[in-house]
Design a protein around this ligand. Structure first.
Ligand SMILES: [Zn+2]
Length: 166
């Protein structure tokens, strides 16, 4: 594979890759193929079954027991396939409110946080989400989810228990 920046041949090897492209700070993909350019430092990563990966991340997020961070709200909103305005309409808030949540200028409120979880579970994920989970969310605390995911056979799996942080 050639570097798209400078045309130099890149070196490919398996790495634990910090998946910052998804917009979340602490998602690590274990043992994925990363190509790096020895000359300019450019890189490319090969991620299989990206939809399944994003579904897995979304499931871990809606099962967490603390409030969503701004980055998580943005990740989940995009996963629903919605623009900021689409999201605002579904949530019954203004576009400005959505942008304040996503930029962490204001915390997402407890009802909006819960509604978002249900929308995600109901939507493309179609996962079972027992509503009693909603009683366990600590709205006063937003923690970042550290997540390691491993590709095993045909699926993505959580590699290590996500440890709450912050
Ligand atoms: Zn290069």
């Amino acid at each position: 594979m050639k570097c798209t920046e400078c045309g130099t041949s890149m070196k490919t090897r398996k790495e634990n890759y910090r998946y910052a492209e998804c917009g979340l700070e602490y998602v690590t993909l274990v043992g994925v193929k990363v190509s790096r350019c020895p000359k300019c430092g450019g890189h490319g990563v090969s991620i299989q079954r990206i939809e399944a990966l994003h579904r897995l991340i979304a499931r871990v997020l809606i099962e967490k027991e603390t409030r969503f961070t701004g980055d998580e709200v943005r990740f989940l909103r995009k996963g629903l396939g919605w623009s900021g305005s689409d999201f605002a309409r579904h949530m019954g808030v203004t576009d400005e409110t959505v942008s304040r949540w996503e930029n962490a200028a204001a915390p997402i409120g407890p009802q909006a946080d819960r509604l978002l979880r249900l929308l995600v579970a109901q939507g493309r994920l179609a996962i079972s989400y027992p509503t009693e989970r909603l009683t366990r969310i600590n709205a006063r605390k937003a923690t970042i989810t550290r997540l390691e995911v491993v590709s095993r056979g045909k699926r993505w799996e959580v590699g290590a228990e996500p440890a709450p942080r912050g």
